[in-house]
Design a protein around this ligand. Structure first.
Ligand code: SF4
Ligand code: SF4
Length: 184
């Protein structure tokens, strides 16, 4: 199954192009360029692309959002969805699946088909222990759980005895892990 998905993604990747989408050049922070999140990069010609294509930073040369890599259907084309889907790592090196929402459309992620997709991604990430899922709007992160959401902060996501997922806010990870073990 895994290789079938990889083959599907490889086929989708070949057929997908950024086109006139430059959303990542506006919504994402690019430290090396001193570009804050939510502002157009000074090197971007919106609708046409990068004006310094040949010499743009490596981070720009290698960046591909998850839609470009084949995840999600045409509804997820960032120019249409107003949401960039990608993976990033947080300070403790945990992998995070990030949905960065255009601040001009802050409620878009709660609309379908986006909302169900994001909740499903949250469940899959927790079940596989591969990632946590966040929605980012204007630099403000919200941790998404399968049935609820909490402001993103230090803490641990735990599976409760009733099978649902909860969040324990703490900076004491050892205590939180102990609590999670007791709950299982
Ligand atoms: S958000 Fe994705 S599709 Fe849009 S320009 Fe960036 S990489 Fe390309
Ligand atoms: S340097 Fe080019 S690719 Fe990188 S953010 Fe700016 S416009 Fe986009």
């Amino acid at each position: 199954m895994g290789s079938q998905i990889s083959q599907y993604r490889a086929r989708m990747k070949k057929s997908r192009e950024c086109g006139s989408c430059s959303l990542c050049c506006r919504l994402l922070q690019i430290k090396i360029l001193d570009k804050p999140a939510g502002e157009w990069c000074k090197h971007c010609d919106p609708g046409h692309g990068c004006k310094i294509h040949a010499v743009k930073p490596d981070i720009c040369k290698t960046y591909q959002c998850q839609w470009l890599l084949g995840r999600g259907d045409d509804e997820w084309y960032p120019l249409k969805s107003k949401i960039i889907m990608d993976f990033t790592r947080v300070d403790n090196n945990d992998l995070v699946m990030r949905f960065t929402v255009d601040p001009g459309f802050p409620g878009r992620w709660r609309e379908e088909p986006y909302h169900s997709f994001i909740r499903d991604a949250a469940l899959k990430g927790l079940e596989t222990k591969h990632w946590r899922t966040i929605v980012s709007i204007n630099g403000k992160w919200t941790l998404i759980l399968p049935k609820t959401e909490v402001p993103y902060r230090a803490g641990l996501t735990v599976e409760m005895p009733n099978g649902e997922w909860g969040f324990v806010a703490t900076k004491d990870y050892a205590a939180a892990v102990g609590l999670a073990r007791r709950l299982r």
